[in-house]
Design a protein around this ligand. Structure first.
Ligand code: MLT
Length: 266
């Protein structure tokens, strides 16, 4: 476990831990930190985590593993005095949330899975991750990721056409990532297991959100997760791509408020 996990925090209501996409940071949750606590802060206690190597959290010396990132989140909850939280992740953050559901199920009061999938990588996907990891380390630059992923496929077609400032914001976040963290995260994601069996055992309210135009984890992946989760709402956001929380924050936050209300009503 890493000693120092950097977190952006706002509000004092139901704890909501948010885990970012690859290769971004807690900065991607700006609109959730601003809006979900509400005017008096009681709407949620939002904790937006920087996963290892990203934002303000150091990478450390451990071998790549999403399980370590899940253990980091459990440690963070211990230190914050939070027994159970709604844990949500977008894409890579969703993989970490699923690892947490496997390793620390008693820490969940709710589960939010956004633009992610429960299936393991294919051999081809693993090989592509290793190509990226090797290239960014060899070049000591993450430029390759900007070239290959910004604005598409990270953003949806509608955002690319209609919201050019979003692409600039996403590019700036990608450029902040270090080659070492990018390589580590790619290798960690490559070794993750299938989690459909874990989702079938989740006993807390769950929300699955996906952008209709998500080209990385399309709606079919969301439907597969929703099909096995016992208590789930599936929300498909129109005119939105992979980064739904950034591309359509109002609709995303509305869906999350619905999850918080279900959790509070338990
Ligand atoms: C992400 O957005 O976190 C990544 O696209 C996830 C992945 O590479 O599988």
């Amino acid at each position: 476990m890493t000693d120092r996990i950097s977190v952006r925090e706002a509000g004092h209501g139901t704890p909501l831990v948010l885990l970012h996409a690859f290769p971004l940071s807690s900065r991607m949750w700006r609109d959730q930190l601003d809006e979900l606590p509400g005017a008096d802060g009681s709407g949620a206690r939002v904790l937006a985590v920087d996963l290892r190597g990203f934002g303000g959290t150091e990478l450390g010396e451990d071998e790549p593993s999403l399980d370590l990132l899940a253990d980091d989140v459990a440690l963070l909850l211990d230190r914050a005095g939070i027994e159970r939280a709604v844990v949500g992740g977008l894409s890579m953050g969703g993989y970490v949330a699923m690892a947490l559901a496997r390793r620390h199920p008693d820490r969940l009061s709710g589960l939010l899975l956004a633009d992610t999938k429960a299936t393991a990588d294919t051999d081809q996907a693993r090989a592509n991750r290793e190509r990226i990891a090797a290239a960014v380390l060899a070049r000591d630059s993450v430029r390759l990721l900007v070239d290959e992923q910004v604005p598409s496929p990270l953003l949806g077609a509608t955002s690319v056409q209609e919201r050019p400032r979003l692409a600039e914001r996403v590019q700036a976040m990608v450029e902040e990532a270090s080659p070492e963290a990018v390589a580590w995260a790619q290798r960690a994601m490559a070794s993750r297991p299938d989690s459909l069996d874990v989702l079938a055992e989740v006993r807390v309210p769950a929300l699955v959100v996906v952008g209709e135009e998500d080209a990385i984890t399309p709606p079919g992946d969301a439907e597969a997760m929703a099909a096995v989760l016992p208590d789930v709402v599936l929300t498909v956001l129109p005119a939105v791509g992979h980064l739904s929380a950034i591309e359509s924050p109002d609709a995303f936050n509305w869906a999350v408020r619905g999850l918080l209300a279900r959790v509070e009503g338990e």
